[in-house]
Design a protein. Structure first.
Lengths: 250, 372
């Protein structure tokens, strides 16, 4: 794992409110170039809100944020050139074929015609989707769709890829393959920012931030977290943190 | 620029892959033209009449047979009292009652004038007016005939009368289809254009792909343009298709330049499609978008001058019609197709549409938000 010297994402005191509800409560963290950074938390902990802000899909209420060296308030379109995004909500066009989807997204990112065809071929070969090239997305299994969606999200070689619960609803084998793809992307120098509520997946991350009710409850490597909380696995760490938080509130 | 081409390509693939789309594109125009053009007519072809003839004279029968001879009238009954006739009207069986009083002929001969009573069912004001006009015409005609019959030629020569012979321009036979087809064609492109564009962006919102688009560096103007052009092409094709049907089935005249028709249609469609995309950007579901589109469509169509003349609307309604794009385009279509108006004749309408298009598309681009 290559560790970059500089921080590619810097977040200071990020606050996002929806009316009276505080979805992100003074989040501060840095993500290093080339690492796999995980956001772990229960549903509604504010993971998706934070990732949407970092991607320029939503504006923060306050805080200083920089992604890939660009400011989230004033340089969102610059950020978008340098990131990929894949959300829990399925993002490929159901009524287009595998190839048509790849071609469309690649073209939007400004790849040339030659590059599009080249990368589409490489990608379909890698995913063993060559035979499904002309199949409609709605006709291929969910696991393939997810893997294809990830590949499409990084087709333009972004600096960072944001994955919002990418493995929701897929079987364990596909999840495994999916994580292999994530490692491969990281090896190719893409910083990976991933949210999940699967505890086992959390172990795959280089560093992990555990979110509880809009706040970062802990942030460290999985190993250090287990040691700190004297837990056998991430699940225990998470439960201890969640319980502590609830008691604090009570 | 290249991005736009790829969006257009994608939209076309999606439209034509949708099995429900092709029938809509080809069947809707045929049905609209066939049904609406023939059904939406103001001509009164069958006026049901009751004649209460209390005179039973030669003159009264002569008058009755004049009505009978008219292709527009159908004499449903000849009751012996006005009350009986009224019952028929109550039941909706007759539209008009003519009562010829006792002594009609006698008075006509002795006193040189006589009276008639005409009672019209005026639930539908427009057709009541027409029935009244038609009936008066026939009675006047009858009047003239008896004048000629009773007065000798010398006396007749002494009566000064202005004889007028009216000619109807641009639609000499007062053919209703000729008048309706241009307007129906406008409806056709409007409905297709507004629905296609109105449902489009909101559909991407529903399935979630809009997020994936919004996270790319695509420019808003590229996105909106890429969405507009495919629907523009489809709607222009609809117009051409509709014109061909109109020509083949109704033999409608196209006096003016086809180029001018398509040029103004092109601009008009930008207004409609911009409107649809604007609705699409401010709504969250396809249902919302449909409801809003229909609301505007119904108001705009009813006020467009398609069925009722704008000139006879109250002043405030006429002012309101200044923002009704359908009214502009129907006017242009009628002028160019029926009168053969040239660009100079329609230029003020045309430039109004150009300004409208620029405004509405800018609004759509502005309202489309990549960031929530």
């Amino acid at each position: 794992m290559k560790k970059g010297s500089t921080d590619i994402i810097i977040v200071k005191d990020l606050v996002k409110k929806f009316g009276n509800f505080v979805a992100n409560d003074h989040l501060s963290f840095e993500v290093k170039r080339g690492e796999i950074f995980g956001f772990l938390g229960a549903n509604g902990a504010g993971k998706t809100t934070a990732i949407r802000i970092l991607c320029g899909l939503s504006l923060p209420t306050s805080g200083d944020l920089s992604v890939a060296g660009y400011d989230v308030y004033s340089q969102r379109e610059k950020i978008k050139q340098n990131i990929g995004y894949m959300s829990q909500k399925f993002s490929l066009y159901d009524d287009l074929t595998v190839f048509e989807n790849i071609r469309f997204y690649a073209a939007i990112y400004g790849l040339s015609k030659k590059e599009i065809v080249q990368r589409a071929d490489v990608l379909m070969k890698k995913l063993q989707l060559e035979e499904a090239r002309n199949k409609l997305i709605r006709d291929i299994p969910l696991g393939w769709k997810q893997k294809l969606a990830l590949s499409v999200a990084i087709i333009h070689d972004p600096k960072i890829v944001f994955l919002d619960e990418p493995t929701g609803g897929v079987d364990p084998i596909t999840r495994r393959q999916f994580w292999e793809m994530i490692y491969e992307a990281a090896r190719n120098g893409i910083t990976v920012f991933v949210t999940t509520h699967y505890m086992d997946e959390a172990e795959y991350c280089d560093r992990l931030s555990i979110m509880v009710e809009g706040r970062i409850a802990a942030l460290n490597t999985p190993l250090a977290l287990r040691e700190e909380y004297q837990a056998k696995n991430m699940n225990e760490v998470f439960l201890k943190l969640a319980r502590a938080q609830t008691e604090e509130v009570a | 620029m290249r991005t736009i081409l790829y969006i257009i390509q994608k939209e076309f693939i999606q439209v034509f892959r949708n099995r429900r789309m092709l029938p809509i594109i080809f069947v809707v125009p045929i049905i609209q033209l066939l049904v609406l053009v023939n059904a939406a007519t103001f001509e009164m072809k069958r006026i049901n009449m009751a004649v209460v003839d209390l005179d039973l004279s030669g003159s009264s029968r002569q008058l009755t047979s004049k009505f009978q001879g008219s292709p527009f009238y159908q004499i449903i009954g000849a009751p012996f009292s006005y009350e009986e006739a009224e019952v028929l009207m109550q039941d909706g069986k007759v539209d008009v009652i003519i009562q010829i009083p006792n002594g009609f002929e006698k008075n006509l001969i002795k006193e040189n004038h006589s009276q008639l009573q005409l009672v019209v069912d005026a639930i539908n004001g427009a057709s009541a007016g027409l029935i009244n006009a038609y009936s008066t015409n026939i009675i006047m005609d009858f009047n003239r005939e008896i004048l000629i019959e009773w007065l000798n030629p010398i006396q007749l020569g002494g009566i000064r009368a202005i004889k007028f012979d009216s000619r109807y321009w641009y639609n000499p036979k007062l053919n209703y289809t000729t008048y309706m087809v241009p307007g129906i064609l406008v409806l056709l492109v409007t409905i297709i254009g507004l629905l296609l564009s109105g449902m489009n962006i909101v559909r991407e919102k529903e399935i979630g792909t809009i997020e994936q688009i919004n996270v790319t560096p695509i420019r808003k103007i590229e996105f909106i343009t890429g969405k507009l052009i495919p629907f523009w092409i489809i709607a222009m094709f609809e117009l051409a298709f509709g014109l061909v049907i109109g020509k083949l089935l109704f033999n409608i005249p196209i006096v003016g330049s086809l180029w001018l028709i398509f040029l103004s249609a092109g601009v008009y469609l930008f207004v409609i499609l911009g409107f649809g995309l604007l609705i699409s950007t401010i709504t969250n579901t396809q249902q919302q978008s449909m409801l809003i589109s229909f609301f505007f469509m119904v108001v705009f169509i009813l006020m467009s001058g398609l069925f009722t003349a704008i000139e006879s609307m109250p002043e405030w309604a006429q002012l309101l019609d200044r923002i009704n794009p359908i009214a502009y385009f129907i006017k242009i279509m009628r002028m160019v197709m029926l009168k053969g108006s040239t660009f100079t004749d329609i230029s003020s309408l045309f430039y109004a549409l150009v300004a409208y298009a620029a405004l509405i598309i800018s609004l759509a681009i502005w309202r489309y938000r990549k960031v929530a």
